[in-house]
Structure formats: C-alpha cells, structure tokens
Write a protein that binds this ligand. Structure first.
Ligand code: FAD
Ligand code: DHB
Length: 389
C-alpha cells in the first residue's frame, strides 16, 4: 500500500492532521492501535483555545462545537475561602471554548469516515523503517496479516507511549522531564456545574478543579496521592473531599450525583528535542506532555498539527521543504512556553509533599498579587487563551 503521509495514532492530532490534508488533496492513512470506541471512551481535555477552534473550522468540523460548546470569557481562581475572577476577554479580546476532547474526536472520526478516509484500527507491532531516507515505510500487523505502507512522510501522532519517538536514535534526540509527586483524580457526573465558569482552587488539603462539559454534565478533579487507585475513592468520599477544597459558598452550591467515570492521571512535564528525524515528524503527546493545570495538552498538540500541515502543504503545493525544515524549531518555541505556563500554574495551585510553610506563604503571596495586579492577570489570560501561532 502507498500513501503520501502515514499517520501513526488516531487520537485528536492524527485525525485532525488527516482531515486537513484531505481537504488539500493530500492522501494519508491513519493507523490506530485501539478501537474507535476505546479512543472515544477516554475522558480527557475540555478547554479549547481559539487556535484549535479555527483549525476545527478550517477542517470543516466545527458545526457541532459551535452549537453545543460554551464560550468562557474568564475563570475563577480560589485559595482558602477567597475567590477572584480573571477576565480573559477584557485582557486579550478572546475567550476559550468548553467542548470535550471526546466530542471533538467523535466529530473528526465522523468527517474522516464520511470522506472515505483510510482509518485502520487494531494495528499491532508498528515499526517505522527508513525514516532518514526519501522513502520511509511503516510495517504493522492486523490479526495475522503483516502489512507494509510506503509513504513520503510519517507523522508520529501516537501519544506519549507510542512507537514514533522511540524510533529516533538516542544520540539524535534529547529528552527533558519533570515528574510531579501527585496525580489528579477526576470524575464525570450528570449534574449541573457548580458555577458558570471553571474554578481552580488552591486549598490546604490540595488542589481542586471544578469544570464542566455542558449544562447538565460536570467534570471535577482533586489532587490525589500517586498510590491512590480510582476504586479506593467512593463517590461519597470524592464529593466530601472536593467540598472541603473549595470556598464554602461554592461547596454549599455543589449538586452531587453518581459518577459516570472516575480515573486518575499522573502529572508530568516532558519535551523531546528535536521533533523531527529525517522524514518522521512527532506531533502532540508523542513529543511533549504538560501537567493538565491550564489545559494546554490538547491545545499544544493542535499548534503542532497546524505547523506540520502548513509544512506539508508547502511541500506538495510548491515543492518547498522550508516549512518542514523549520517545523521542529517553530513547534518547540511554542511548546516550551506552554510547558512554562503549565509548570507555573501547577506549582502555584498544588500542595507538594515536602512543601514548607515558607513555600506555602509564597503561593499565597503570588495568588494575592495575581488577584490585585492587572499586569499579572493579563499575563495569565494571554497564556490561558493561547499564545499566537
Ligand atoms: P493521544 O490522544 O494520546 O492519541 C494518540 C493515539 O495513538 C491513541 O489513540 C493511541 O491509542 C494511539 N497509539 C499509541 N501507540 C500507538 C502505536 N504504536 N500504533 C498505533 N497507534 C498508537 N489535556 C488537557 O488539556 N486537559 C486534561 O484534562 C487532560 N487530561 C488527560 C488525561 C490523561 C489520562 C491523559 C493521558 C492526557 C490528558 N490530557 C489532558 C492531555 C490531552 O488529552 C492530550 O494532550 C491529547 O490527547 C493529545 O492528543 P494526541 O493525539 O497527541 O495523543
Ligand atoms: C479541564 C481540564 C483541565 O486540565 C483544565 O485545566 C481545565 C478543564 C477539563 O477536563 O474540563
């Protein structure tokens, strides 16, 4: 089999890239290790920057997002019983879109299927060969059959645990990592959100986040220990802990209900440099991970897709390699800024096991500065709504 771009991974990065290329007449094949239902069962991000909204529009898949998503013009930040508002719109002229990654992925699958896109599920033993030559190949197995896909380029959109990054020889890459000593326990519940806006809360008992998917579906997170398992937390224990970590007035307003999903995510900062080896290009979580505070994971994947899509278009439309040659440097320049913001916001909002009273006082002083300074709020707003690309 032959295609122009072999895309490894059918998550949001791979699907969005494939759809954008399709609209420009560039062929691709998406290879996904799991089933579609499995991919759609993963509850992940919920906040989309304007850049990703625009890309969804360019990919002709923005209809349902505009009908069902909610634009948020600001967020609430709490510490103890104190709470203040950061107005994104006033500071930057734009807001963010609340629309679940699950829904965005569903829209992309639908569009790819409608257009007869080549999506292959349940692929195993994926191997990339000849990535540093002009004719790379991807070998994979489905059931008992072994396949070979010849292509011009390989897009490694296969997430943090994928095969693409591992294909780059150790002496051709450098990895930077920070692992945080806690995780996030998240639940999804068919209850109305506690507030119209998100609440990020720093409490003495640990971080909490009140988010949502729509008017009758809430998403809540609490910082938890790395040794916790979701089954250790009853719904009752979760709600009880959440209420202790947000201001009393908000805690009283929470509508509780059974959880329909409960999972734990570890927190990690990670970057692989460069994001390219020969004709293999890493995109999204395959190249970098951020801790979720500030919702930059999916959005940083989207800016990679934009840079790679633009580079591939220039190659196929004008025979010009410049966009592909500058892909890694351009993507990394934005990635490191998203890494910084996510690290800063995580450090500000969580309780660390070895945190001293001095460290705690520093967090509170910074929160009070953020509350009172227009300049600090503007800096936060600029990063939260997304740096330009
Ligand atoms: P992925 O979504 O990981 O997609 C990669 C795809 O590749 C997967 O479908 C995988 O099955 C497939 N794959 C892997 N290996 C292979 C292989 N060898 N061959 C073929 N296919 C393969 N971000 C936020 O902003 N907010 C959040 O609340 C949030 N929560 C998260 C919770 C968890 C548990 C995780 C893991 C991530 C979370 N993120 C969150 C990050 C965000 O979801 C990711 O940044 C986003 O999914 C990146 O998209 P991607 O397509 O690059 O990677
Ligand atoms: C959500 C996740 C985040 O990490 C975040 O900062 C905001 C919202 C969410 O899943 O809704």
């Amino acid at each position: 089999m032959r295609t122009q771009v072999a895309i490894i991974g059918g998550g949001p990065s791979g699907l969005l890239l494939s759809q954008l290329l399709h609209l420009r007449g560039i062929s691709s094949v998406v290879l996904e290790r799991k089933t579609k239902d499995y991919v759609l069962g993963r509850i992940r991000a919920g906040v989309l920057e304007q850049g990703l909204v625009r890309l969804m529009e360019e990919a002709n898949v923005a209809g349902r997002m505009h009908r069902e998503g909610f634009v948020h013009d600001g967020t609430l930040v709490a510490y103890g019983d104190e709470m203040f508002h950061v107005d994104f719109k006033a500071h930057t002229g734009s807001g963010v879109m609340l629309y679940g990654q699950t829904e965005l992925t569903r829209d992309l699958y639908e569009a790819r299927e409608k257009a007869g896109g080549e999506l292959i599920f349940n692929v195993e033993d994926v191997e990339i060969a000849g990535a540093n030559t002009d004719c790379p190949q991807v070998h994979y197995r489905v059931g008992d059959r072994i396949h070979q896909l010849n292509c011009d380029f390989v897009a490694g959109c296969d997430g943090f645990h994928g095969v693409s990054r591992r294909t780059i020889p150790t002496d051709q890459k450098r990895e930077y990592e920070k692992v945080y000593p806690f995780g996030w326990l998240g639940i999804l519940s068919e209850t109305p959100p506690v507030n119209d806006e998100l609440i990020y809360s720093n409490s003495e008992r640990g971080f909490a986040l009140c988010s949502m998917r729509n008017a009758s579906l809430s998403r809540y997170y609490i910082q938890c220990s790395l040794s916790d398992r979701p089954e250790d937390w009853t719904d009752h224990a979760f709600w009880d802990e959440l209420k202790r970590r947000i201001p009393a007035e908000q805690a009283e307003a929470i509508v509780m209900g059974p959880s329909i999903e409960k999972s734990i995510a570890p927190l990690r900062s990670f970057v692989c440099e460069p994001m390219r080896w020969g004709r293999l290009f890493l995109c999204g979580d395959a190249a970098h991970i951020v801790p979720p505070t500030g919702a930059k994971g999916l959005n940083t994947a989207a800016s990679d897709v934009q840079y790679l899509y633009t580079g591939l278009r220039r190659f196929y439309e004008d025979g010009d390699m410049e966009g592909l040659d500058s892909y890694s440097a351009k993507a990394l320049a934005r990635v490191w800024k998203a890494e910084r913001f996510s690290w800063w916001f995580s450090s500000l909002m969580h309780r660390y096991p070895d945190q001293s009273m001095f460290d705690h006082k520093m967090q509170i002083a910074e929160l009070e500065f953020l509350r009172s300074s227009d300049a600090a709020q503007k800096a936060m707003a600029e990063n939260y709504v997304g740096l330009p690309y």
